[in-house]
Design a protein around this ligand. Sequence first.
Ligand code: SF4
Ligand code: SF4
Ligand code: SF4
Length: 312
Amino acid sequence: MAVKVAEEWLNACSGCEISIVDLGERLLAVLDLVEFVHIPVLLDHKYYGQLGEGKHINIPEATVGIISGSIRNHEHLEVAEEMRRKCQIIIALGTCATHGGIPALANSYRNQEILDRYYHTETTDKVDEYPSEGIPHLLDSVYALDEKIKVDIYLPGCAPHPDQVFAALAGLLAGELPKLPDRSVCDQCPTVREGKGQVKQLRRFLEAPHYGAPDEPIDKMRCLLEQGFLCMGSVTKAGCGGDKIVPRCIAARVPCRGCYGPVQHDGNQLLQMLNALASNGIDIHSLPDYVSLLRFSGAHKLLRPGHKQKEA
Ligand code: SF4
Ligand code: SF4
Ligand code: SF4
């Protein structure tokens, strides 16, 4: 009998759902074994019944519940809680769900500041009162899923690599609870490390032409951090290269920005990266701003109002 799966997207961009579609032909094999009973990105489902007669959000029961996106407002919270009630196993899909992701950068501002900025810019009409009717109320912060409901499996990544999505689904269908190893992007990076670099100040990536010629093999290129670029590989969970292993940005000769979140679930990429810079002899005051070190993992109360970007 097919395994019932429910999928939901909360404060999300749908990139994680694209990862599911990017399974390609493997998706056909998965679809032979699972039945999607709820997946708003593909199938319309009326939360409150076909005629809107229900009083509470209603999602069908499923064995596996996949949730992408963070929790930003009361509707997200209600949907997440209903998924938890109806699904035996909950997978947090993508770094928004596991660590707040890009949306959690908002946690360095109070809601009032965000609304003021949004409604009182040059490009929007100024309003005396912000719209509120029919709009879910904002929570005080952007939350990762496990701050509000119990999560069984974490699949970080912005977006998660389809190989990992497939491995997780295949594992579950075989009756196993998959867990990604606590390894870092550096552990899977083939670049050459010679020890502490000569650079004392961080260099702006786009201004520097010395990060490796396009035809130079990646395993001959010197580590980008040792060259003085802000590469967050040492504080970021491995896996973005999927079965090909070489981390995606490194394969493109671009520094890692940390999109898989911390190596260990409760790690702090900001503090760990400051340590990594210091141990490489790089002056941390040359960082353009500190907040961006948490650009993918600002939930779990790591980013709070007052953590503002450095003024230019
Ligand atoms: S983790 Fe990335 S791809 Fe997934 S919903 Fe968040 S922003 Fe989009
Ligand atoms: S810091 Fe970046 S370039 Fe250097 S080893 Fe780690 S991932 Fe590779
Ligand atoms: S190298 Fe870093 S930023 Fe790039 S995809 Fe991998 S984890 Fe994400």
